[in-house]
Design a protein around this ligand. Structure first.
Ligand SMILES: N[C@@H](CCC(=O)N[C@@H](CS)C(=O)NCC(=O)O)C(=O)O
Length: 250
């Protein structure tokens, strides 16, 4: 039997992780084509006009953007709900998700993870140390101050884990990938939330696949992920030639 959902996107992407955690929390079956956006073929360009991951395929339906996908999955499969029931809390959760997708994405993904990982290992270029230092020493601390001011001392933001907690934990995983540890003395609530969120079975299950992906060249990732039991699809939209995305020059 074919799975209802097919996801295109690499395990190391925080946007893909958001969707995967939602699917795992909801117990949905899926297949995955774990490509990096940079190696997508022409078919990928058709499915993802901005050449970005994740893309969710459900039969003839193609959905782009992690927030759109998470909300769609939540509406299709309401239990457990990943959006707070109170309208005000729900708006707040969406804002935190948006803040992570945009600003934490800029700082953690483009300022740190792309520079230290993708740029060197995918494009064979030297990282820009000034961009990394600014992201790590100036921009991320301000973002962590802001998150610290929002977070509760215990539990999750709105009781049960919501898309807001998932977003924070997904993006800060990428900071951990480049060996950044949130200082628990300076940001105790952020550090504790990360510990709680990353301990959820959904995050734990993905962590093994992320770590293996990080340690394997793109060309070998499908094979090693299959060996680990990941639901990798038989077909891929990946090529062996990385190219720059549509949206960014850096
Ligand atoms: N707003 C989008 C952003 C997705 C995104 O930027 N994904 C990154 C992967 S970490 C990507 O595909 N980047 C390629 C590019 O921008 O060229 C979402 O939430 O899905």
């Amino acid at each position: 039997m074919t799975n209802r959902y097919h996801l295109i996107g690499n395990y190391v992407s925080p946007y893909v992780r958001k969707v995967l955690v939602c699917m795992e929390l909801k117990g949905l079956d899926y297949t995955i084509d774990p490509i990096a956006p940079f190696v997508g073929n022409e078919r990928f360009s058709q499915l993802s006009p901005l050449r970005r991951i994740p893309v969710l395929i459900e039969g003839d339906r193609v959905l782009n953007d992690s927030s759109v996908i998470c909300q769609y999955l939540d509406e299709r499969h309401p239990q457990p709900s990943l959006y707070p029931s109170d309208i005000g809390d729900r708006a707040q959760a969406r804002w935190i998700e948006e803040y992570c997708d945009t600003w934490l994405g800029d700082v953690v993904v483009w300022g740190m993870f792309f520079q230290k990982g993708v740029k060197r290992y995918v494009f064979g270029e030297e990282p820009d140390e000034a961009i990394i230092a600014r992201a790590r020493d100036e921009q991320l601390p301000v973002a962590l101050d802001y998150l610290e001011s929002l977070l509760p001392a215990d539990g999750f933001l709105f009781g049960e884990p919501s898309v807001a907690d998932i977003s924070i934990a997904s993006f800060l995983r990428n900071a951990a990938f480049v060996r950044y540890t949130v200082d628990a003395r300076r940001w105790p609530r952020v550090a504790a939330l990360l510990e709680r969120a990353w301990a959820l079975p959904a995050f734990r299950k993905l962590a093994g696949l992320e770590e293996k992906s990080m340690r394997s060249p793109l060309a070998e990732q499908r094979k090693v992920l299959m060996e680990l039991g990941a639901p990798v699809s038989a077909e891929t939209l990946g090529t062996s030639v990385p190219r720059r995305g549509v949206m960014r020059l850096e």
